[in-house]
Write a protein that binds this ligand. Structure first.
Ligand code: PEP
Ligand code: MG
Length: 878
């Protein structure tokens, strides 16, 4: 129980729920003690005392010192030993322990309570000179370092010189006399630095040590760690004062670390290591190779049995995999720590699932144990850890599409494709990508761009394809002529190896070994749990058979966005598409479109087949036309030739399509209004595919989505074309097929007139990429350049193209939902912007009542898990 004005708690007075006051370590020591486990006795000086220490000008207030002294008396009664009593001395460790674990960030002092007299009497008692003076010299060094802040190297140098003089290889060669000699010299070094003798009063040692650990809360590495992990600096640390137990007192003693399950694989088997006749430090220092915990079974069968019983007890008590520290002192086992163990993503999923199957936790608990982003590690290739350690990043860009890639660099799509076809693994490096690069991106292991943000073309397309991408890597200078890139004084030429980590944004020189994603049975089973809990649908953004298949395999409940423009880029079609764009008459345009029609119909049919009756939302042509035209002079000339036109005519036409602001220009429904024949062709292709699919026994309800609608007449004009075309086809086929015509809501004005639009639309799909772009007025392709200044200056805390801006863009979405459903309660509501795959945004979309999110195939499981977690949280709130 937490008591106001109480700053010091004996372990027996605390419990696991008191981590805010006792720190994680203190709370768990108290809990282990209350479970009757063998924990060395002790007490915790609370985090509140730490706060008081800072308020009191970094000194412990007298009332807290008095409380510590009082608690020592109680501890003496508990342990039947006395602090400072040479006949029966109590020696303690002083360790930090914040509310959340901050491994190695703060300071520790061991063997406190030793002085010359106590060392002598301990020697009589233990008859182990090496142990006694090893402990004493360690105390002097730790005290000098932690309490006094003296450099350790004076001590370390003396020790090294001493060992060298005697030709010793390691500390293990030092015997009892050596340790006594070293202790004597350490005291001299201490005196030469402090001007005073090393304090022989254990109470003085203790109070100074507690203050020093509090002070270490604000050392540089702790501050850095807190920043990285969002740990508030006001929390402070607690300090645990605990009776020392020794694993280095003889061959019947030892120390170790173990997990209740394998933290790498999740396997339900004790996993860990130990060292006999050693202290914790020795295990960490790696001087000796620790033994596998399994060997303890033969070394000390009774201890092993006791330990594995305790491990089971702790795991079922905490209902989670535990990471434990233990010490064996003269054949007796002591538990020094337990906490929830860190684990890989694979283990995280397996452990959550297994704990559920073992009936230790509920299905909902299991789902809440896995953070959605964790699944990302299971869905992409990654670098082999050992190999990665050998490499240092040469630069860093935006982590635009996760995964890892290694390959030879090429600076244009054509070269990338050619070399890939020759069997080489390639990385496509571009200043920025455009739809023209799609095929090249498909053939590349990874994409690296100098420009572009998280929703730039490269990022969106790469994520959709599951290709690793680092974008906006502005340190890179591309030298097109010499076909090389430069980063500072490093030059990488075409064909040389580079490695990209799309999960961190790091770029490495040379190649790094990759490991494939493993979609294990556990992962699949876990996703079944997720599906059974979530209420919001998860669809995928996919526009080709490969992506659709992947989306289906990853559990997508349909396609929420098929960007039809991507279908025009394939070899046979791009020529006719360009012919259509460059046509001078309607007749020419229709002729070109007629060539494309069967291809597009086939594409739609293959999507219907793959999705096997699940919904497929097809969005009509969206990007500005100039994106489809060639840029290189040679390509323009050859296009002119094949079109039987003059190069000048084509150049003029391309120039006439140039816009200052293409993202706000002639695109989306605006294009279809200028060229209704495109809308007719796409409708014919889609309805034609639906008729064929139905003929093959597939249930299909075509969903047609008009992009970039901002006014009601835009929508009704195009809907009229769609329905006339579709109805005529169905009449001719003598078929009654239900089809839906809906719109993207991605222009702010559409949100304001959503009620009007809903009178005519069957569904809304929020295009939050464009909606964010137009609401903020930030170009989605360029904003990355200056947004980093916004983060640095606290103007924005995150990328609004990645995590939905709930206050602004989110309010517009809510407004459109309210207005839309007030007019049409059956309106289906989805989101297909990149935010549909971001867990925080998915939570928001679930809370405001969207029917589904749609995201890139690779993010489907992540979005599904986020949706399930949000459903659980909403249930808990009710
Ligand atoms: C959007 O704007 O959110 C969207 C999905 O469309 P696109 O990214 O193709 O513009
Ligand atoms: Mg859009």
């Amino acid at each position: 129980m937490i008591i106001v004005d109480k700053y010091v708690y004996l372990f027996k007075d605390g419990n696991k729920d008191m981590a805010s006051v006792l720190g994680g370590k203190g709370a768990n020591l108290a809990e282990m003690m209350s479970l009757g486990l063998p924990v060395p006795n002790g007490f915790t000086v609370s985090t509140l005392a730490c706060q008081k220490y800072y308020e009191n000008n970094k000194t412990l207030p007298q009332d807290i010192i008095e409380e510590i002294y009082k608690t020592i008396e109680n501890l003496e009664k508990e342990t039947k030993k006395q602090f400072g009593n040479k006949n029966n001395p109590l020696l303690v460790s002083v360790r930090s322990g914040a509310r959340v674990s901050m491994p190695g960030m703060m300071d520790t002092i061991l063997n406190l309570g030793l002085n010359d007299d106590i060392a002598k009497s301990l020697l009589v008692k233990t008859k182990n000179k090496r142990f006694v003076y090893d402990s004493y010299r360690r105390l002097i060094l730790m005290y000098a370092d932690v309490v006094k802040g003296y450099e350790r190297n004076m001590f370390e140098r003396f020790l090294d010189d001493y060992k060298q003089k005697l030709n010793y290889q390691s500390d293990l060669d030092l015997d009892g006399d050596d340790m006594e000699f070293i202790t004597k010299h350490f005291k001299e070094i201490y005196k030469s630095m402090a001007g005073d003798d090393f304090p022989s009063d254990p109470r003085e040692q203790l109070i100074n040590a507690i203050g020093a650990v509090f002070k270490s809360w604000n050392n540089e590495r702790a501050i850095y760690y807190r920043k990285l992990n969002n740990i508030p600096s006001e929390w402070g640390t607690a300090v645990n004062v605990q009776e020392m137990v020794y694993g280095n007192i003889g061959t019947n003693s030892g120390t170790g670390v173990a997990f209740t399950r394998n933290p790498a694989t999740g396997e339900n088997k004790l996993f860990g290591e130990y060292l006999m006749n050693a202290q914790g430090e020795d295990v960490v220092a790696g001087i000796r190779t620790p033994e596998n915990i399994d060997k303890l079974k033969t070394d000390m069968p009774l201890i092993y049995e006791e330990f594995s019983d305790i491990a089971k007890k702790l795991e079922s008590h905490y209902k989670d995999m535990q990471d434990m520290e233990f010490t064996i002192e003269n054949g007796k086992l002591y538990m020094l720590q337990t906490r929830s163990g860190k684990r890989t993503s694979k283990a995280c999923v397996k452990i959550a699932l297994d704990l559920y199957k073992e009936k230790m936790i509920t299905k909902e608990d299991a789902i809440m144990r896995v953070e959605p982003e964790r699944l990302e590690d299971l869905l992409h290739k990654s670098f082999r850890i050992e190999d990665l350690k050998e490499h240092t990043p040469i630069t860093k860009g935006l982590a635009a599409s996760p995964g890892a890639a290694t390959g030879a660099i090429y600076f244009d799509a054509i070269s990338a494709i050619k070399h890939h076809k020759d069997g080489e693994k390639v990385i496509l490096v571009r200043l920025e990508t455009s739809p023209e690069d799609i095929e090249g991106m498909h053939h590349a292991e990874g994409v690296l761009t100098v420009r572009g943000g998280m929703t730039s073309h490269a990022a969106v397309v790469a994520r959709g394809m599951g290709v690793c991408c680092v974008s906006g890597c502005s340190d890179i200078i591309i030298d097109e002529e010499s076909k090389c890139l430069k980063i500072g004084n490093i030059t990488v030429r075409e064909g040389e190896q580079l490695s990209l980590d799309g999960t961190t944004g790091n770029v490495y020189l040379g190649s790094i070994t990759l490991e494939p994603p493993v979609i294990s049975g556990d992962f699949k089973e876990f996703m079944q749990l997720v599906s059974s809990v979530k209420t919001m649908g998860v669809r995928a953004n996919a526009d080709n058979a490969h992506d659709a298949k992947m989306a289906y395999d990853f559990g997508a409940e349909g396609i929420g966005l098929c960007r039809t423009e991507h279908m025009f880029f394939e070899k046979e079609r791009i020529f006719h598409f360009r012919q259509m764009i460059l046509a001078d008459t309607l007749e020419e345009r229709e002729k070109a479109l007629n060539y494309i029609l069967p291809y597009q119909e086939n594409d739609f049919l293959s999507l219907y087949k793959i999705m096997a009756g699940k919904p497929v939302v097809v969005r009509y042509l969206d990007p500005p036309l100039h994106e489809f035209l060639p840029k290189e002079e040679s390509e323009i000339t050859s296009l002119a030739k094949s079109l039987n036109k003059s190069t000048e005519d084509i150049i003029e036409k391309i120039a006439s399509l140039k816009e200052f602001n293409p993202m706000m220009g002639h695109r989306g429904c605006r294009l279809l209004i200028t060229y209704p024949e495109i809308c007719v062709m796409q409708t014919k292709a889609l309805i034609g595919a639906a008729i064929k699919a139905i003929g093959e026994g597939i249930k299909v309800t075509p969903e047609i989505m008009i992009p970039l609608v901002g006014s009601i007449n835009e929508f009704t004009y195009l809907k009229d074309i769609v329905t006339k075309t579709a109805d005529a086809m169905l009449k001719e086929a003598n078929l009654k097929i239900k089809y839906l015509v809906g719109t993207m809501i991605e222009v702010p004005r559409a949100t304001l007139i959503a009620d009007e639009i809903a009178k005519h639309a069957d569904f809304f799909s929020f295009g939050t990429n464009d909606l964010t772009q137009m609401t903020f007025g930030f170009s989605r392709d360029d904003a990355g350049k200056f947004l980093k200044d916004y983060y640095a200056k606290g103007i924005l805390s995150s990328d609004p193209f990645k995590i939905i801006d709930e206050v602004g863009v989110g309010s517009l979405v809510k407004l459109a939902i309210d207005k839309g459903t007030s007019m049409n309660p059956f309106l289906s509501l989805g989101v297909c912007g990149e935010h549909g795959g971001d867990p925080k945004s998915v939570t928001f979309f679930n809370e405001i009542g969207l029917d589904y999110v749609s995201c890139s195939p690779y993010r489907v499981p992540i979005a599904a898990l986020a949706a399930a977690r949000s459903a659980i949280k909403s249930c808990d709130r009710k």
